[in-house]
Design a protein around this ligand. Sequence first.
Ligand code: 5AD
Length: 347
Amino acid sequence: MRSADIIESIYRTTNAAREELRFLIENRDEESTQLLCGLARKRAVEHYGNKIFVRALIEMTNYCRNDCLYCGIRKSNKNAQRYRLTKEDIMECCSEGYSLGFRTFVLQGGEDMYYTDDIMTDIVASIRAEYPDCAITLSLGEKPRESYQRLFDAGANRYLLRHETADPEHYGMLHPAELSLANRMECLRDLKEIGYQVGAGMMVGSPYQTVGNIVTDLLFIKDFAPHMVGMGPFIPHHDTPFAHEKTGSAELTLFLLALVRLMNPKVLLPATTALGTVKGNGREMGVLAGCNVVMPNISPMSVRRKYMLYDNKLNADTETEAAYESVKSSMKAIGYEVVCDRGDYKK
Ligand code: 5AD
C-alpha cells in the first residue's frame, strides 16, 4: 500500500476501507498530508467555491445535567459559575447577529431542564417569526423524539449532536454510566428522520482514543452521512477528571478533516474554535484542509468566560464584532470570502 494511491482512490471514489484508513493515519507524514489537504481543498472549492459560511453561536446556558468526563460544564464541576440566558437575551443576540450579517443562529447549551419544551419552542418560534430568512440550529443535547419534533415544528432547521466516538467501549470511558452510545445514535437517527439537517462529530485525541476508534468514527460518518461534521482537538479542562490528559494534535485534526471532506464531498465542515485554540492559525489551516464553515461566538460578553468546555478558549474576551472582522480578514488573506448566507447543505 502507498499513501498517495489510497488518497487518490478516496478522492475518486469517496470510499475507503478500514485498513486503508488505518494505514493512512499510522503512516501520516508531510508528503501525504500535503496531498490529502490539497485534494480536500479542491473538493470543497468544487462544491462551495471560495465561500465560507458563518454561523453565529449563542451559548445560552452552562447548566448541565450530565457529567461527561471531558467537559468543563459537567455537573460536578462546582467551580463553574452557572448562567442562563433569558428569551430577551437570546433575541438581543440574534438582533445583533443579524445586523452583522449572520443568517444562521446556533443555540447551544448544556442539557438544562429549565428550558422545557414549552419554553424552548417559544424561543424558537419567536426567532422564526422575526427572522424568516435565517436558519435556526439547535445544539442542546439528547432529548426525546417528541421534543425534537416540537422544536422542528416551531421552526428549527438543524441540530448539532456530536456522536463523540462511535465505539461503545470508548464512549463508556468518556461518559458517565447513564449515557450510552446506543441512545446517542437513536437521537441522531430521530433527528434525521424528523427532517433536521444534522451535525455529528467527535473530538480528536480524546483520552483512550485509538487509531481503530478514529477509523470507526470515519466509517460511521460515511455511513450515517450527516449534513455537517464538527471535529476539533480534545483540550483538557482543569476542573475535570481529564485535567492532566494530553491535548489533541492539531496536525492529526487537520488530516482527519481532510479525510472527512474526501469521503463526504458536500459535507458542511466547520474549522472549529478548538482547532483555533490549539494552533494560532488553526482555523485558516482548517479551511486549507477542506473546511467551509466557521462559527463565531456572539454570546453576551458577560457570559463568555463561563461557557468554558475546555481551557484557554479562543476569543473568550474578544468583542463579537471584532472577532467577526478578524475571521473575515483572515479568510480573505488565504483567498476565501465569508458570505452572508444561510449556507444550507447542497443536495
Ligand atoms: N475539548 C474539546 N472539545 C470539547 N467538547 C466538550 N468538551 C471538550 C473539550 N474538553 C466538545 C464536545 C461537545 C462539543 C459541544 O464540545 O465534542 O459535543
